[in-house]
Design a binder for this molecule. Structure first.
Ligand SMILES: *Cc1c(COP(=O)(O)O)cnc(C)c1O
Length: 409
C-alpha cells in the first residue's frame, strides 16, 4: 500500500495566488467588459533587455553546431557565470565569496524550499510574519512542524511579527531557534534592513550556532548605498548565512529561470554527536544528485547581465519599476492610506482604512475599481488589515489604477 508523506495533509488548502486567480476569473466572467488592472502577483512585465536577448540567441545558435554544441553542463553552473557573480555581486562589494561557493539553479523558490531537506526535522525554523509563503509551506513539507491552528500558525514554527511598530524588521526571537529565514528587501512589506539590523542577526546566529537563510531576491532594487545588498557585507555572515539570489526580479527572468544560492565554506551544521559538517558539501551532494544544471543559453543570457551594457539596461528597467513604486506611494498617500515600502523595493504595502480585512479590501478593490492587489493576510496572520501592490506594471496602468483607487467610495 502506498502511503503518503502526511506532512502534506497539514498544509492549508489554498496557496494565495490560486485563490486570487479564482476570484478574478469569477469577476471577469461576470463582468466581461471590465478593464481589470493586475497589480497582484509579483511578476515582472518588461521584456528581457537587448544585450541579454543577444547573448541568449548566441547561446541557442551555439547549440546548433557540431563544434559548439553543449550537452550536460556542470550541475553547479558554468564557471563563466559563477565567476561573474563572485566578481561583480560579491568581491566588488567587499564580500569574500568565491565562484566555488555559488550554485546556479533554476529558481530561488526551489532553492529556498529544497534547502530544507539537508537539515534534520528537529530544527526549529523562525520566519517573518508576514512573508513569502514558500518558507512556511516547505518547512511543513519537510516535517519540521505540527499542525496549524485556526489563525494559520503551525506548531513548531517561530513566527516573528513584522509590524508597523518594528518597522517590519523582526526582532530576535525569545525562543531558541536553529534556522532563520530573513527576506530583505521584503516581500510583501517592501521593508529593507540596515547593516546594524543585520549585524544583530548575524551575531545571534554565530552565538547560537544557527543558520540564516537570507533571501535577497530583490537586492537589485536597493538604491540607497547605506543598505547592504548582500548579507556577506556583514562581518561573520560567511560563517552562518546562506544567501538566495535570483535573476527573476533583477533582470526579468521569471519565465526564463535562473537563480543561485551562495554557501561559503565556513557555514556549518552539526550531527547528533555535535560534530560540525560543511553545509556547502551537503548542498553540493544534493544539487549534483537531484539537479542537472540550468540550460546553457539561459546561463549565457544571465552572464550578459554583468556586462557594462547589460548592467546599464537592467538598471534602467529597475529604475522604471521604482518610479512606478514612487508614483503609487504618492497617490496612495494622497488617497488617504498609510503607506509603507516602495523605496529600495518593488512592493508598496498599505494599511486598509478602518481596519478593513485584507480579503474584504481585495473584493472591494476588484469590484469597485477593477484593480487586483494582494491581501496582506495571505502572507501570514500579522499581514491582516494590510494590502500589497506590486510595482511590476505598465506606467499607464499604474496611473490609471491609482486614479481609480483615489475615486473609491
Ligand atoms: C520572486 C521571489 C523569489 C524568486 O523566485 P524564483 O523562483 O527565482 O523566480 C524568491 N524569493 C522571493 C521572496 C520572491 O518574491
Amino acid at each position: 500500500m502506498a502511503s503518503i508523506n502526511d506532512n502534506y495533509l497539514k498544509l492549508k488548502a489554498g496557496y494565495l495566488f490560486p485563490e486570487i486567480g479564482r476570484r478574478v476569473k469569477q469577476f471577469t466572467e461576470a463582468n466581461p467588459s471590465a478593464k481589470v488592472i493586475r497589480m497582484g502577483i509579483g511578476d515582472v512585465t518588461r521584456p528581457l533587455t537587448p544585450t541579454i536577448i543577444k547573448a541568449f540567441h548566441e547561446g541557442v545558435e551555439e547549440m546548433a553546431h557540431f563544434s559548439s554544441f553543449k550537452g550536460y553542463g556542470p550541475e553547479q553552473g558554468y564557471d563563466f557565470l559563477r565567476e561573474a557573480i563572485a566578481e561583480y555581486d560579491y568581491k566588488a562589494r567587499g564580500a569574500n565569496i568565491s565562484a566555488d561557493d555559488i550554485f546556479i539553479s533554476d529558481g530561488s523558490k526551489c532553492d529556498t524550499g529544497n534547502i530544507q531537506e539537508i537539515f534534520g526535522s528537529e530544527n526549529i525554523v523562525a520566519l517573518g510574519d508576514p512573508v513569502y509563503p514558500v518558507y512556511a509551506d516547505t518547512t511543513v513539507m519537510s516535517g519540521k512542524t505540527g499542525d496549524s491552528d485556526e489563525t494559520g500558525y503551525f506548531e513548531g514554527i517561530v513566527y516573528m511579527p513584522c509590524t508597523e511598530e518594528n518597522g517590519f524588521v523582526p526582532q530576535l526571537p525569545k525562543e531558541k531557534v536553529d534556522l532563520i529565514f530573513l527576506c530583505f528587501p521584503n516581500n510583501p512589506t517592501g521593508a529593507v534592513a540596515t547593516a546594524s539590523e543585520l549585524k544583530i542577526w548575524v551575531d545571534y546566529a554565530l552565538e547560537n550556532k544557527c543558520i540564516i537563510f537570507f533571501d535577497a531576491a530583490y537586492q537589485a532594487f536597493i538604491t540607497d548605498p547605506a543598505i547592504p545588498r548582500t548579507i556577506y557585507e556583514i562581518e561573520g555572515a560567511e560563517k552562518c548565512a546562506i544567501e538566495f539570489r535570483s535573476f527573476s526580479k533583477t533582470a526579468g527572468f521569471t519565465g526564463t529561470r535562473c537563480a543561485f544560492t551562495v554557501i561559503p565554506e565556513g557555514v556549518m551544521a552539526f550531527d547528533k554527536a555535535g560534530n560540525p559538517h560543511k553545509v556547502k558539501l551537503l548542498w553540493n551532494r544534493r544539487h549534483t544528485t537531484k539537479f542537472n544544471g540550468v540550460s546553457y543559453p539561459v546561463q549565457k543570457a544571465a552572464a550578459a547581465i554583468y556586462t557594462p551594457e547589460g548592467k546599464k539596461e537592467t538598471d534602467e528597467v529597475i529604475a522604471y519599476y521604482l518610479e512606478n513604486a514612487q508614483i503609487m506611494r504618492d497617490r496612495l498617500h494622497e488617497a488617504g492610506y498609510v503607506v509603507f515600502g516602495g523605496i529600495n523595493a518593488p512592493y508598496v504595502w498599505i494599511k486598509t482604512k478602518n481596519d478593513m480585512k485584507s480579503w474584504d479590501f481585495f473584493d472591494k478593490l476588484l469590484h469597485d475599481a477593477n484593480v487586483v492587489g494582494t491581501p496582506g493576510s495571505g502572507f501570514g496572520p500579522s499581514g491582516e488589515g494590510y494590502f500589497r501592490f506590486s510595482a511590476f506594471a505598465d506606467r499607464e496602468n499604474v496611473i490609471e489604477a491609482m486614479e481609480r483607487i483615489k475615486n473609491l467610495k
